[in-house]
Design a protein around this ligand. Structure first.
Ligand code: F6P
Length: 571
């Protein structure tokens, strides 16, 4: 029997009806009991969702929606290691990566053993590098590690290393390169000593062209400096170790993980090596522990007190019923500056789907799936794009993230901290409550303007408000709290896909662009004919590039080997 689509469930109908008459946040926030009722905690995180446009009746219907979607059964299937990634026929077990020390795993004991072995291997290598015991081809200790990867093989370690840099050991520096523009790698390599620089090539598939190109360029940089035995200065991290070994990587410096770890969920695997080099074993284990604490909460807490479930339901309320297509993540701690980019991949690659699990197309009547996720640092945003939040015409859902304490040691650190907190609270209030026209007009008159002047300015100086937000508080940004926070978002994304009946763990959408790029690249580098159905604009752009003299397929063909693995890695 075909399952009922989400928008055919009784709870969905109740929510659609409720959405037609939701009170303004200005009125909802009059209730002094609301914050206590609408605050939940888990794994050291506090979620205040009192600024959501939710009444008790809406809340009950949202919980009904979770139940009618069999959310708990779907969650349990993931934790048991069932092959819920059906288009790739794979289990989804990133939870096992941080639960290796769990005495009662829901997945197989063999997986726990395997995870533990690889984790120990990765951490041992990280410690060796931190201790200066990774010697390059000329027996000099490696002092700089350049992590090469992209997407899920870059964003997680990069984001976490930036967030936790306080724990970093100054002796060994870690750099990240993802974009294949030569300027990026060049900027990192400038000033580095080839004899003391090691590279970590992170790629789940080990076929990603951007990563292989950067790695090849790095290898050439070593060769030009006289380092012939490049293998001694290259680590490979991949779920396809045979591919890395076939390209000549050293087996002792090849770390593996599994196909049941999605790229964007792989921070916790060997992909975390650059982070472990930066912060060390203890901190890396605390990160895993924080995520595991959130996993346990997600697996065990009742729906109504389950943080990932709450965030997912509130997101669906915004997305599908209050017509809010974008999700802003705005951080009032600079430690989390890269979190929005990280979450952008996690959420948009997972929930950017227009097909239900059973193959039916997502209908417009459902109101869409994953939102557009964007964001940055809150205070900087206030001086840039917040104007649109206050008075623009887009609906934006907001997650404010802040810390209760500062970990900085500057003399005025507490003052900085209060400034951030004050602004986070002020923005949440201003955006939810706004300022209505009569109040604005009176304020203008009280400030000395004539009634006529006040009337003219009032529309421009009033604020509709009614923008809903979550406030997420960490005590401070530590490995543990960061782990819990990332796992919170991972499970939120999972729950939303479970309710939308979409598949969160494949990403076929990115393949078309890659296929087309291969054809264009073959033309640019080898003069190959463009495929028959190439559109007129592409052909015109290629002609434009030829005439600009920048790219001549004929001459490029004589210099550039084809950029497809394994020839991307010439011997
Ligand atoms: O193209 C998208 C993607 O496949 C992401 O899902 C992934 O994180 C990224 O590319 C990098 O892939 P890989 O780790 O295989 O190099």
């Amino acid at each position: 029997m075909t399952a009922a689509l989400p928008h055919h469930l009784p709870a969905w109908h109740a929510l659609a009806l409720a959405a037609t008459h939701v009170p303004h946040l200005r009125d909802l926030l009059q209730d002094p009991q609301r914050p206590a009722r609408m605050t939940a905690q888990a794994a050291g995180l506090t979620l205040d969702y009192s600024r959501q446009r939710v009444t008790p009746a809406v809340w009950q219907s949202l919980l009904d929606l979770a139940r009618q979607s069999h959310l708990e059964a779907q969650r349990d299937a993931m934790f048991r290691g069932e092959r819920i990634n059906t288009t790739e026929d794979r289990a989804v077990l990133h939870v096992a990566l941080r639960g290796a020390l769990d005495d009662t795993p829901t997945w197989s004991a063999a997986i726990s053993r395997d995870v533990k072995t690889q984790l120990e291997r990765m951490l041992a290598l990280a410690e060796r590098i931190r201790a200066g015991d990774w010697l390059g081809a000329s027996r000099k200790p490696i002092t700089d590690v350049v992590a090469i990867g992209i997407g899920g093989s870059d964003l997680g370690p990069r984001m976490a290393a930036q967030a936790l840099q306080r724990d970093a050991r100054p002796g060994v520096r870690v750099h990240f390169v993802s974009n294949p523009d030569a300027a990026v790698l060049q900027a990192v390599l400038q000033g580095l000593d080839p004899l003391r620089t090691g590279f970590v090539v992170a790629s789940k598939t080990f076929t990603t062209q951007e990563t292989l190109l950067n790695a090849r360029s790095a290898r050439r940089w070593l060769a030009d400096a006289g380092v012939a035995q490049w293998q001694r200065q290259f680590v490979a991290i991949t779920s396809a170790p045979d591919t890395a070994l076939a390209l000549g990587f050293d087996p002792d410096l090849t770390l593996a993980f599994w196909d049941w770890v999605g790229g964007r969920y792989s921070l916790w695997s060997a992909i975390g090596l650059p982070l472990a080099i930066a912060i060390g074993t203890d901190a890396f284990l605390q990160l895993l522990e924080g995520a595991h604490a959130m996993d346990r909460h997600f697996a065990q807490a009742p729906l109504a007190a389950n943080l990932p479930v709450l965030m997912a339901l509130l997101g669906i309320w915004q997305r599908n019923f209050l017509a809010t297509p974008t999700q802003l993540v705005t951080s009032y701690t600079a430690h989390l500056a890269l979190l929005p980019s990280y979450l952008q991949q996690m959420d948009m690659e997972s929930n950017g789907k227009g097909t239900h699990a059973d193959g039916r197309a997502v209908q417009a009547a459902m109101g869409g799936t994953g939102p557009i996720v964007w964001g940055g640092l809150g205070i900087d945003g206030q001086h840039a794009y917040y104007q649109l939040l206050h008075q623009g015409t887009h609906r934006v859902a907001i997650d404010f993230i802040g810390t209760r304490r500062s970990d900085a040691s500057l003399p005025l650190a507490d003052e900085h901290q209060r400034f951030n907190q004050a602004n986070m609270l002020a923005q949440a209030q201003a955006l939810s409550v706004g300022r209505d026209a009569p109040t604005t007009r009176q304020l203008l008159i009280d400030s000395g303007l004539s009634p006529a002047q006040a009337d003219r300015l009032t529309p421009h100086r009033s604020f509709e408000g009614n923008t809903a937000s979550n406030l997420i508080w960490l005590d401070t940004v530590t490995p543990h709290s960061l782990g819990a926070l990332v796992a919170l978002y991972e499970h939120k994304v999972f729950c939303q896909a479970a309710i939308w009946q979409t598949l969160a763990f494949d990403q076929w959408g990115v393949e078309l662009g890659k296929t087309v790029a291969n054809g264009v690249l073959a033309h640019l580098s080898q003069g190959a004919d463009m495929p028959e159905h190439t559109d007129a604009s592409t052909l015109a752009s290629l002609a434009f590039l030829r005439h600009a003299g920048g790219t001549d397929p004929a001459s490029a063909a004589s210099q550039t080997p084809p950029v497809t693995a394994p020839s991307a890695w010439p011997a």
